[in-house]
Write a protein that binds this ligand. Structure first.
Ligand SMILES: [Zn+2]
Length: 412
C-alpha cells in the first residue's frame, strides 16, 4: 500500500457527519440486510469505523467491509489485521462475533480504541451473503468459496483478494464453524506446521495459536490446535495467505454446532481468539516484530478504490438480490468431505426458467436423469471405488442449452 493509496482510501471512506445515528438492533442471527444497516450505522456513529464495499456476490449483493482505525494514525504505521467471516453461509458465528466487536467500539467498551495506535482492523463480516441468506455453505453458483483460493474463480474470493492487495495486511484470520458431524468437534485453531517455508511472519502464527489455545481453555472452552503442510489442500483461504503471501494466517473453527453449543457460545469462541490477536499486536507493534512490508504498486488512476458505504449508503447498497444467475448445484451432502456408503445427492437449480431435465455424469459416464423435482439421486459409492471421482451435474433447458457444475469428490 503506497502513501498515496492510503490517502485515497481514507479520503473516500471517512464519513463527514458523525453521531446522531440510531443504533439498529441485531437479531440472534442477523440477516444480510440487518448486517448492512448495522455497519452503515456503525460508520456514522463512530469516527473509528469506516465502511465500504469491496465487490458484489454472484447474485449482486454488495460485500461490505468495515475498517476499524484511528483516523489520526496512518495505516502504514500499524499492524494491519484482516478478519474474514462467513465464507460458508451456514456458519454465522464469525459474523456475530465481529458485529459484537463493532458494537463494543460504538459503546466505548473494551480495550480496542486504545489499541488503535498500534493496530488497525479490516473486517469482512459476510463474504458470502448469498449463501448466508440461503443458510447454505456454497455461494449462489454452488461453489465452496473456501476451495477457490488457488484460481479465485468466484466474485466473492476475487473481492477479498482485491481487499487484501489494497490493504496489504500482516495478519489474516478466517472464521469458520464445525458442523454437527465433525469428528473432533472441539474449537480448533489451525496454523502452518513448523517447517512449512514461509516468510519472516510465518512463525508468529504458531505463537498466536498457543496464546489463543491457552485463553480458550482458561475461559472453559474445550479446544485443540491443528496444522497443515504443503501436502494439504492449498485451496483454503488461510493456507493461501500464509503460503502464497507469507502472512501470519490462522483458521478458527468454533466447536461443533449443536444444542449445547448455541450460536452465542460459538461466537464467543471467535471473540476470545480475536481479542487474543489484538492484544498480542497491540502490546508491541509491527515495528518491533517485522521489517516494513514491501509496498503494493500504486493504485490505478481515478475512481474510488472502494465505493463508500457511509452517509446515504443505505440507498447506495442493494439490499435485495438481483435475479439469480442460472445455476445448478449439489446442495447435499457436503462434497469436500470423503463420501462412503449410500449417499443421496440433492440437486437444486436457480434462475433456470425453462428447465427440461437434470442429468448427472460420474467420471464421464451417464448415471442419472430426472425431469421431476425435487431432484435426489441415490448413489452407492462402493460401486465407484475408493479414490477421486468427478461428478458433473447438468441442468438441460428445453432449447437444448445447458448449465453445469463439476465437483471433484473423494470416496473413502
Ligand atoms: Zn467453514
Amino acid at each position: 500500500m503506497t502513501r498515496n493509496n492510503v490517502r485515497l482510501l481514507l479520503g473516500c471512506l471517512l464519513v463527514a457527519s458523525r453521531g446522531g445515528a440510531e443504533m439498529p438492533s441485531l437479531s440472534y442471527n442477523p440477516t444480510y440486510s440487518e448486517t448492512v444497516r448495522f455497519l452503515v450505522a456503525a460508520g456514522e456513529a463512530s469516527e473509528l469505523v469506516s465502511v465500504a464495499t469491496i465487490g458484489q456476490s454472484a447474485k449482486g449483493r454488495q460485500i461490505p467491509v468495515a475498517m476499524v482505525h484511528d483516523p489520526r494514525v496512518s495505516p502504514l504505521e500499524v499492524t494491519r489485521i484482516l478478519v474474514l467471516a462467513r465464507q460458508h453461509g451456514n456458519e454465522p458465528a464469525g459474523t456475530v462475533a465481529v458485529l459484537g466487536l463493532l458494537k463494543d467500539i460504538m459503546a466505548g467498551r473494551g480495550e480496542l480504541p486504545a489499541q488503535l495506535s498500534r493496530i488497525c482492523l479490516v473486517i469482512v463480516p459476510m463474504i458470502n451473503p448469498d449463501g448466508a441468506e440461503a443458510n447454505r455453505r456454497s455461494n449462489a453458483r454452488g461453489a465452496d468459496l473456501n476451495r477457490d483460493w488457488i484460481y479465485r474463480k468466484q466474485p466473492e474470493t476475487q473481492a477479498v483478494e482485491y481487499l487484501f492487495n489494497l490493504w496489504d495486511p500482516h495478519v489474516v484470520l478466517d472464521l469458520h464453524e464445525l458442523h454437527w458431524n465433525d469428528k473432533h468437534g472441539l474449537n480448533t485453531i489451525e496454523a502452518p506446521q513448523a517447517g512449512v517455508s514461509l516468510a519472516a511472519m510465518g512463525d508468529d502464527s504458531r505463537r498466536l495459536q498457543s496464546l489463543i489455545l491457552a485463553r480458550l481453555k482458561g475461559a472453559g472452552f474445550p479446544a485443540r490446535v491443528s496444522s497443515w503442510d504443503e501436502s494439504c489442500n492449498m485451496n483454503l483461504c488461510h493456507r493461501h495467505y500464509a503460503r502464497d503471501h507469507g502472512r501470519v494466517s490462522l483458521l478458527f473453527e468454533s466447536e461443533r454446532q449443536g444444542l449445547r453449543t448455541p450460536l452465542p457460545r460459538r461466537a464467543a469462541m471467535h471473540r476470545i481468539g480475536l481479542d487474543a490477536v489484538l492484544d498480542y499486536y497491540a502490546t508491541d507493534g509491527m515495528e518491533l516484530r517485522y521489517p516494513r512490508l514491501a509496498l503494493a504498486p500504486a493504485s490505478p488512476e481515478g475512481g474510488p478504490l472502494m465505493p463508500e458505504l457511509g452517509a446515504n449508503a443505505a440507498e447506495g447498497i442493494s439490499l435485495e438480490a438481483r435475479p439469480a444467475e442460472p445455476a445448478v448445484m449439489i446442495v447435499s451432502p457436503e462434497l469436500d468431505r470423503p463420501l462412503s456408503g449410500q449417499v443421496r445427492l440433492q440437486v437444486e437449480v436457480e434462475g433456470i426458467g425453462d428447465l427440461s431435465y437434470i442429468s448427472i455424469r460420474i467420471d464421464g459416464q451417464s448415471r442419472f436423469f430426472s425431469n421431476r423435482g425435487p431432484y435426489a439421486f441415490d448413489l452407492d459409492t462402493a460401486r465407484l471405488g475408493a479414490g477421486r471421482h468427478a461428478i458433473l451435474v447438468r441442468a438441460h433447458r428445453r432449447d437444448g442449452s445447458v448449465v453445469e457444475q463439476e465437483y471433484l469428490v473423494t470416496v473413502s
